[in-house]
Design a protein around this ligand. Structure first.
Ligand code: UDP
Length: 377
């Protein structure tokens, strides 16, 4: 009898981490795989990224709109709980797989556990700023299994009382893709997105939901510094967190010189990595500046507190910037532009995470875990 697994994705930020695992499991005779797609994926404002998932997995994808009552995170969370509840009551599912720290993952996790369905959580145990930290740890409390990226995350989960027998350090599956080098060429990506820059930086900046005022201040000085730098930039819009409309409005007001700025709501995962690989600098506060860019030996300027705690790894390519001074930020941009002579980095896995995930769930004992969690306090 095939094991039925439901993967949850609510944002571009988790899809790249699920895709290598989905590729491995999708045609395996031991598993029946469905993908529950919701959240930012469905919204035109965030680039309708569900279309890429439909292209990748046309017969396995369930689309669910969880923003009919409003696009604020609280409403989306509530609707997602309802939607998951209905899905789980009408479909037999043995395991729900969630990733990271978005409300869709939290909602799916709550609904699954309340319906006695096992939950596996990818990339828990990490520290960061904003509300993400609380959501990520709340998911860990619900999850039956944890697939973490590194020993630091493993240790954090054990300190939170999670049973070490349920925690597996497999790395991050998006690194599988990067390490295998299966990346579209720069030319292919430029053609798809109509980009013609010779050299460029990438801007990827999100709100800190607990500090909207600080978010706006950082965004303003970032805009001033990149305007003054005289360089070209690809700007990728923020996620749907509280404060993102303010960022979008600031971009629309100031970054309209089409000779220097190319703006996208989102870019397909593979092409995002290709753009990152060919760029001269990443600026903002995306997790990509802590994970992918150090691996690619690309300088990243990390603004403010959003990634606080994730910086345990202290890679020299990561420049933490917490002043509110456009002039010194512009100098930092000049000094780090195209600097690539960094040591290698593997704090998020060594390229075989999907295989490790599969070998763990292939074990029959994995499925025999008791529904009642036991915590070690
Ligand atoms: N990403 C993507 N396309 C984009 C921007 C990001 O596929 O246009 C993916 C990529 O894997 C990246 C991840 O989303 O590492 C994180 O992106 P984001 O900054 O949106 O979210 P965060 O993880 O910081 O919450």
């Amino acid at each position: 009898m095939k094991k039925r697994i439901l993967f949850i994705t609510g944002t571009r930020a988790d899809y790249g981490k699920l895709k290598p695992i989905l590729n491995l499991l999708i045609n395996d005779q031991d598993y029946e795989i469905k993908i529950f797609v919701s959240g930012m994926h469905i919204d035109v404002k965030y680039g309708e990224t569900y279309l890429a998932i439909l292209r990748d997995f046309p017969t396995n994808t369930e689309i669910f709109f969880n923003n009919s009552e409003g696009s604020d995170s609280s409403s989306c969370c509530a609707e997602m709980i309802h939607g998951m509840n209905r899905y789980l009551k009408n479909n037999q599912v043995e395991l729900v797989v969630v990733h990271g720290d978005r409300v869709e993952a939290l909602a799916a996790c709550i609904s699954s556990r309340l319906n006695n369905v096992l939950v596996a959580h990818l990339e828990g145990g990490e520290k960061s700023g904003t509300i993400d930290e609380s959501i990520r740890h709340a998911i860990s409390k619900f999850a039956n299994y944890h697939f973490v990226c590194n020993e630091a995350a493993f240790k954090t989960l054990t300190l939170m009382g999670e049973d070490r027998k349920t925690i597996f350090n497999i790395g991050s599956a998006d690194m599988d893709f990067i390490i295998k080098g299966d990346i579209p060429s720069k030319e292919e990506t430029f053609k798809k997105y109509d980009i013609e820059f010779i050299s460029y930086g990438i801007i990827l900046f999100h709100p800190v939901t607990t500090d909207i005022k600080g978010t706006i201040q950082y965004c303003e000085i970032m805009i001033e510094a990149i305007l003054d730098s005289g360089k070209n930039y690809i700007i990728i819009d923020p996620n749907n967190d509280l404060g993102s409309d303010e960022i979008r409005n600031l971009y629309s007001k100031s970054l309209h010189d089409l000779n220097r700025f190319k703006r996208f709501p989102s870019v397909d995962f593979e092409h995002f990595i290709s753009l990152l690989n060919a760029s001269s600098l990443l600026i903002g506060n995306s997790s990509a500046g802590i994970r992918e860019s150090p691996y690619l030996k690309l300088s990243s300027i990390n603004l403010g507190t959003r990634q606080d705690g994730r910086i345990d790894f202290c890679h020299p390519s990561i420049y933490n910037y917490d002043l509110l001074d456009a002039l010194s930020l512009k100098d930092l941009i000049t000094n780090t532009w195209n600097k690539r002579n960094y040591p290698s980095f593997n704090a998020f896995g060594s390229g075989n995470s999907a295989i490790k995930f599969k070998s763990i769930i292939d074990d029959i004992n994995f499925w025999k875990i008791k529904l009642q969690k036991k915590l070690n306090y």
